[in-house]
Design a protein around this ligand. Structure first.
Ligand code: AMP
Length: 570
């Protein structure tokens, strides 16, 4: 039985119409219960605003401006008709719904759009086919081909269906379910415990697959193991304010340098190894020197194993982050040359699967023991050193040493903590000596002047405020010319509307931002503004979910006030 796409949309509207979490979960759970095994994953991806599983190789690569071109062709709407709508509603899906809803004098080619449509009804399976087709179109002329493919699917879509297609294609974070709610709905639908479903998600990383295994009662969810070549989400660290604060909560800590590189998971199989980035992308191609360091003997000895660590380059023996890492990953640089001039190294600090045995529920110290006894150092593979410390002076010394050796600070880890994939808990704490940075998203850009003429270069930076983004600063500082060029290209693809200052863009590009301080300000609706913001790095490894919250900005501001008061008293 096929599933009508309109039934999915209706259920999503129902979910949206209530603000009560329990009701959202129950409505969706009863919908999930009716679905077949093959429909479950599609519905779960679409309900979280993704066209495919996060681990899928399929990528839509289709910007909002291309989407709008299709709308202009299908209706007699013009950019002027729609300008201002996004600013008011800040919701692309609703803009598309509105664009198709309000009858314009003479629809150009959406022939019988408002009459009895003779065309076939869209099914969830049909939408999937369209999306796979759009993703498969690559290379020269592909944007045009993608547009005509989208045009075909929208021809058969009602305004409401178009709204959801728009949200899915542009991975709109506003779509119905965020984070844990869908997991709760899966648990309720298939009579599983929330804990088991969350564990399954931690191990499988794929929400669609989680729904499938939850439905299948022959599977014991808590016995699921990580599988090689299926990346897990990384365990994340919380910010630590001071060593005192950390020692208030822990007697002893595993202390490691916090090196500033590129998080990567190394999967070692019998015949091959693969590296995955923090956002679960296969980046094996970018680091041949690391992959080649794992001999076939080592592979045989370890298989199957999953390691966690950081990719860095070494300059004068010190680990450094450099832009080349990103350009290598985006295949924008001749990798062979880069491997020779700036070889990369993999610093391993954790092990999640060893010879097929899951270590997720094993305490950190035991995991370290296994790591140390089973992995020999290789040419481009190094085990990260750690110390177990329990007093302030020792930790301070360790911090100083780490900084001298080129690290950003220390990672302080609870020795008995389990590996919590995808979680930012208190098991791992990061202590930086440099000023805190914020991960923000670019929502607008201005055309540059003088040396920057022709580049979009003054970026409007926003923090997350629930499902919206609020601007807290602007900057044109911190980037190299080649990065300006790269961003100008990307931002134009993400253009939402022309504005007096330049363009507003779909929030997608995450940047790590340094600043001198934070001020209260009436300039932005958030009431907060960064002073002297500058971009430290374009975070191709981070996603919209990783963007810092406005609450974090306010907290940093409060801490800054406290520091200022202490300084005034001194
Ligand atoms: P942040 O990106 O500021 O949230 O810091 C967390 C990141 O620090 C991790 O995702 C890793 O990429 C990186 N990192 C560097 N050294 C370590 C370490 N020893 N243990 C864990 N993560 C580390």
């Amino acid at each position: 039985m096929t599933l009508k796409f309109k039934d999915f949309c209706k259920v999503m509207e129902e979910v949206d119409s209530t603000s009560k979490k329990n009701e959202k979960v129950t409505i969706f759970a009863s919908f999930l219960r009716k679905l077949s095994e093959s429909q479950l994953p599609l519905v779960c991806y679409y309900a979280t605003g993704q066209p495919f599983s996060k681990t899928s190789e399929n990528k839509i690569q289709f910007g909002w401006s291309s989407f709008m071109n299709v709308i202009y062709q299908l209706t007699s709407r013009t950019p002027d008709d729609l300008s201002g709508f996004y600013g008011i509603k800040a919701d692309f899906g609703s803009l598309i719904e509105y664009a198709l809803l309000e009858r314009t004098p003479q629809p150009k080619s959406l022939d019988s759009y408002f009459g009895q449509r003779e065309t076939k009804e869209l099914t969830i399976e049909g939408v999937n086919k369209h999306l796979v087709k759009i993703a498969s179109l690559k290379g020269k002329g592909s944007q045009k081909a993608k547009q005509s493919q989208l045009s075909q699917s929208l021809r058969n879509a009602s305004p409401l269906e178009a709204k959801y297609i728009a949200r899915i294609i542009t991975s709109d974070t506003r779509t119905g379910f965020r984070g844990g709610l869908l997991l709760d709905a899966i648990a309720e639908a298939f009579n599983r415990s929330n804990k088991d479903v969350r564990y399954a998600y931690m191990v499988l990383s794929d929400i669609g697959e989680v729904a499938q295994v939850a439905k299948d009662h022959s599977v014991d969810l808590h016995l699921l193991k990580p599988r090689i070549f299926h990346p897990l989400r990384s365990m994340l660290a919380s910010k630590a304010e001071s060593i005192d604060e950390v020692l208030d909560n822990y007697k002893r800590l595993v202390c490691e340098p916090k090196i500033d590189g590129f998080r990567a998971q190394l999967h070692v199989g019998k015949n091959r190894s693969k590296l995955y980035s923090r956002n679960l992308e296969d980046v094996t191609h970018a680091f041949p020197e690391i992959i080649d360091s794992i001999s076939s003997d080592l592979r045989k000895q370890l298989t199957p194993s999953i390691l966690d660590g950081e990719v860095v380059a070494l300059v004068d023996g010190k680990p450094v982050f450099f832009q080349d890492l990103s350009t290598r990953i985006q295949r924008k640089r001749d990798i062979d040359i880069s491997v020779k001039s700036i070889p990369c190294y993999y610093y391993i600090f954790d092990i999640l699967l060893h010879q097929g045995k899951s270590l997720l529920n094993t305490q950190l110290m035991k995991r370290k023991e296994i790591l140390y006894s089973s992995i020999p150092d290789r040419k481009n593979i190094i085990k990260m050193e750690h110390k177990i410390l329990g007093n302030k002076v020792d930790i301070q010394n360790q911090l100083q040493e780490a900084i001298l050796n080129g690290s950003e600070g220390l990672m302080l880890k609870d020795p008995v903590s389990e590996y919590q994939a995808g979680k930012r808990g208190k098991g791992w704490l990061k202590l930086k000596v440099t000023l805190p940075t914020l991960d923000l998203v670019i929502v607008g850009a201005e055309w540059g002047h003088g040396r920057r003429t022709g580049w979009l270069s003054n970026y409007h930076l926003a923090a997350r405020d629930n499902n919206e983004f609020c601007v807290i600063g602007k900057t044109f500082k911190g980037l190299k010319d080649e990065e300006f060029i790269q961003l100008t290209e990307r931002l134009q693809e993400l253009e939402l509307s022309q504005e007096p200052y330049g363009i507003s863009v779909q929030p997608e590009i995450v940047v790590e931002v340094e600043f001198d301080n934070i001020q209260e300000s009436s300039k932005y609706s958030s009431g907060m503004a960064l002073r002297f913001a500058r971009i430290k790095r374009i975070r191709i490894d981070k996603e919209i979910e990783d963007v810092d919250n406005i609450e974090t900005v306010r907290q940093l501001y409060q801490e800054q006030l406290k520091r200022q008061k202490r300084a005034d008293k001194a």
